[in-house]
Design a protein around this ligand. Structure first.
Ligand code: FMN
Length: 442
């Protein structure tokens, strides 16, 4: 495991060894490639960011492991719990629509405030109106997120059906480039895009590369989170869109090969820490986990600090974590008006903490009953925790069995390397024919 970390950090970031000569040499070699001057600047900036990251006493580690943005799930309360389990995982907010930020500018704390403990934290915003995206980024800048991420992967009819939004934006990489420039110009932190590997019938590897190439060359975007399945804009529910289209990890690993100057985070279908480690050993710049981090937070997040970041682990039991969470939870009840948030909302992230453990079903039934009358999280816990065995509450983490070799054969099925010139032209012609249906985006 340590070797995997070491190799990754050596190849990605020479600075991690304090090796200034290697850093200068890589920068000067990159400068030689004058035809790619703009991309060189991006890389230089990325390396500088990483220099700061690693020289600040290890306060903030690179995003080797992230918890995905999930609407209604990765709210402030869940993130508070997640941070108690892992000190170093990067946490993404739920998507916040740019228009919400702009129209609620007198009520921003409700949507944007977070406790400093939640660093490193990334704000995900959604939208396509450049003016609103710019204003939203400017307002969000006051909150000191570590990165702003732009949603180009949401297939939901609710948003995708109303003009350009989410995954539909992948049809128009130039618009995404403009959006990213507008966001970056109004923000002090790096910007990134979260996208699918394709949408509807625009699902070839080359079309994905065209998207990445256009966005990265027309904006200061160096980091892409790749959900490794395509989105189907009609016929599937959002939940089906996270299950039915097949995962194509080979597209992700081919992007690492074809855009070595960019940073790509792998997302989709990763369920345990061994798979995260396997992806990193295979060269992934980082891995993002969604449903597993929510549905089984203890086992998914509990191993991150040691197994992925190699930092000493402060062994906590779930009883200790719950005690800390309860103090937070009871201190924020009603903070944004009567019952906002309420006990039910604050208890919600705890409900998966005992996934598959003895006593879990009994505890859930007791939780259901207690939520009908408890007025504080403390009273909820006093009433329900006796349903769980002490050995479950007081145990620390053990390794869970899980598939190690998920990415071992991926090299054998990589798509052919990206051919930018001819294909790029063909893509832009194709884009032209779609212009009519895309006018609503501009
Ligand atoms: C309940 C739920 C809400 C989600 N909301 C968002 C969102 O707001 N923004 C986004 O980019 N992706 C969203 N996603 C997708 C996840 O970020 C992630 O890409 C997807 O679940 C695949 O990763 P996984 O297989 O690790 O769960 C959501 C997923 C779920 C389950």
């Amino acid at each position: 495991m340590k070797t995997a970390m070491h190799t990754l950090l050596c190849t990605l970031i020479p600075i991690y060894h304090g090796n200034a000569a290697a850093y200068r040499k890589s920068i000067s070699m990159l400068h030689d490639a004058s035809a790619q001057f703009k991309r060189v600047q991006s890389l230089k900036r990325k390396l500088e960011i990483n220099t700061e990251t690693c020289l600040d006493g290890g306060k903030s580690h690179p995003p080797l492991f992230s918890v995905a943005p999930m609407m209604d799930w990765t709210d402030n309360h869940y993130r508070t719990l997640a941070r108690l389990i892992s000190r170093h995982a990067w946490l993404y907010t739920e998507m916040v629509v740019a228009e919400t930020i702009v129209h609620q500018k007198d009520n921003l704390d409700r949507f944007l405030a977070f406790s400093p403990d939640q660093h490193p934290i990334v704000l995900q915003i959604g939208g396509s109106n450049l003016e609103n995206l710019a204003k939203a980024a400017e307002l969000a800048n006051l909150y000191s997120y570590d990165e702003i991420n732009f949603n180009c992967g949401c297939p939901s009819g609710k948003v995708a059906g109303h003009g350009c939004f989410g995954a539909r934006l992948m049809f128009n990489p130039k618009l995404v480039g403009h959006a990213m420039s507008a966001i970056a110009a109004n923000s002090d932190v790096p910007v990134s895009v979260k996208c699918r590997i394709g949408v509807d019938d625009r699902d070839s590897y080359n079309e994905l590369c065209d998207f990445i190439y256009t966005v990265s060359s027309q904006s200061p975007t160096n980091h892409f989170v790749i959900h490794a399945r395509k989105a189907l804009l009609s016929g599937l529910s959002p939940a089906e869109n996270r299950k039915v289209p097949p995962l194509k990890y080979e597209y992700y690993f081919a992007l690492l090969r074809d855009f070595p100057e960019l940073q790509f985070t792998l997302n989709g279908g990763i369920t345990c820490i061994n798979q995260v480690d396997a992806a990193i050993r295979q060269g992934a710049s980082g891995v993002m986990v969604g449903r597993a981090a929510y549905n089984n937070p203890w086992f998914t997040l509990g191993h991150v600090d040691v197994a992925i970041y190699g930092v000493p682990f402060h062994r906590c039991s779930r009883r200790q974590i719950i005690e800390q969470y309860q103090e937070y939870a009871d201190s924020v009840i009603g903070k944004f008006g009567s019952n906002k948030p309420n006990v039910r909302q604050l208890v919600k992230p705890l409900l998966n903490l005992f996934h598959s453990e003895p006593g879990n079903s009994r505890w859930k039934r007791a939780a259901d009953a207690a939520l009908r009358h408890c007025k504080t999280v403390r009273s909820f816990l006093e009433e329900t925790l006796p349903n769980l065995p002490d050995e479950v509450l007081d145990s620390t983490l053990v390794n869970s069995p899980c598939d190690h070799e998920r990415f071992a054969d991926v090299d054998a099925i990589l798509p052919p390397p990206y051919r930018s010139s001819g294909e790029q032209l063909a893509y832009e012609e194709g884009e032209g024919t779609r212009q009519g249906s895309l006018l609503s985006c501009l």
